[in-house]
Design a protein around this ligand. Structure first.
Ligand code: SF4
Length: 329
């Protein structure tokens, strides 16, 4: 006798790429290497990446997370997070005689450079992003007199510029691609001469994670995104899954947050994770799902990612010096 439909193994569609991007990998390794090289404590301004598990793990290793430079004892080491900082934050660090190691993702640094360049050419820069997000604060700090934040399509009607013929849009790196394009279309209606950034500001990792979620969403009764609530790209993944046809979507930091009710009537669950999420947390979710009968696991790969970034130069130089000193001892 064949198996009854409700006896079939329930399915998991596991999105790939998911989890750590090159910028997060570099930022976390920066703190780990700094702890190894200088010894604890190493101060970190803001969460190095927006994931509570990563932050707690680094704290156990001797990292101390602070909100601002003035909480760091003079002369100490401070790491700036992957989201980037305004130039003013570097100046404060110098004034306090802090040794700053800048773990800003190079793709955020690229947006900062665009902001400086367009500001130098006296453009009005419309920065599409979420108000209060650290990355937006950092980028705005590059050219506060030239940048206006546009927090979604509803904000477009309020935007004021000095010269509508000289306007460019830039964006936060971790937005929804589709929503951003809607906002850009609305801005273009108001400012027909609006220029686009020279290359995509929404980073490859954000785009790729959204793309594969779109591919699996319609087949999923529920999509579980592993990530923290303050992680912009993780929150966007839930929204993208719902927009692309998932019947439900939830964000969890840990497997134990998954509610039985979410799985009760589900036969296919999609799983992915934000760019700041270690793979062990995804494995925890997969184990939890297997314990609830979701044992038919298929990994759906959209693109292969190969990008890596080297560690911050100031750290690399100190690591080399330490190696040299050890060899000569
Ligand atoms: S999400 Fe994108 S911009 Fe942010 S750290 Fe990762 S690669 Fe860099």
């Amino acid at each position: 006798m064949g198996a009854m439909p409700n006896e079939r193994a329930k399915r998991v569609l596991l999105a790939k790429p998911r989890g750590y991007c090159a910028g997060v990998d570099r930022a976390v390794e920066t703190v780990e290497k700094a702890l190894e090289l200088y010894g604890p404590p190493v101060y970190v301004r803001k969460q190095i990446v927006h994931n509570i598990h990563v932050v707690r793990t680094l704290e156990q290793g001797g990292a101390i997370f602070v909100d601002e430079n003035d909480e760091v004892p003079a002369g100490s080491i401070v790491v700036f997070s992957a989201h980037g900082v305004a130039p003013e934050v570097h100046r404060q660090a110098e004034q306090r005689d802090l040794k700053a190691i800048d773990a800003t993702c190079p793709l955020v640094t690229k947006v900062h450079a665009e902001a400086r360049r367009f500001a130098a050419d006296d453009y009005d820069i419309l920065l599409i992003g979420h108000e209060g997000h650290e990355e937006v604060i950092g980028t705005t700090g590059e050219a506060p007199d030239h940048i206006t934040l546009v927090d979604g399509v509803d904000d477009v009607a309020n935007v004021k510029v000095r010269n509508p013929e000289k306007v460019v849009w830039l964006s936060q790196t971790t937005l929804s691609v589709d929503e951003t394009m809607e906002t850009v279309a609305a801005l273009s209606d108001r400012f027909p001469s609006l220029q686009a950034p020279p290359s995509d500001d929404i980073c490859y990792a954000t785009q790729n994670r959204q793309q594969v979620v779109k591919e699996i969403a319609a087949e999923c009764d529920v999509v579980i995104v592993v990530g923290s609530t303050n992680s912009s790209n993780s929150v966007r993944l839930v929204e993208v899954a719902l927009q692309a046809g998932a019947r439900a979507g939830h964000l969890v930091d840990y497997a134990h947050e998954i509610e039985d009710a979410w799985l009760a009537d589900a036969s296919t669950v999609g799983v992915t994770s934000g760019a700041s999420v270690p793979e062990e947390l995804v494995q925890g979710v997969l184990d939890h799902l297997a314990g609830h009968g979701f044992t038919d696991l298929t990994e759906i790969t959209s693109v292969k990612e190969k990008l890596t970034f080297s560690l911050p130069r100031e750290l690399v130089l100190d690591m080399r010096a330490a190696e040299k000193a050890k060899a000569e001892a």
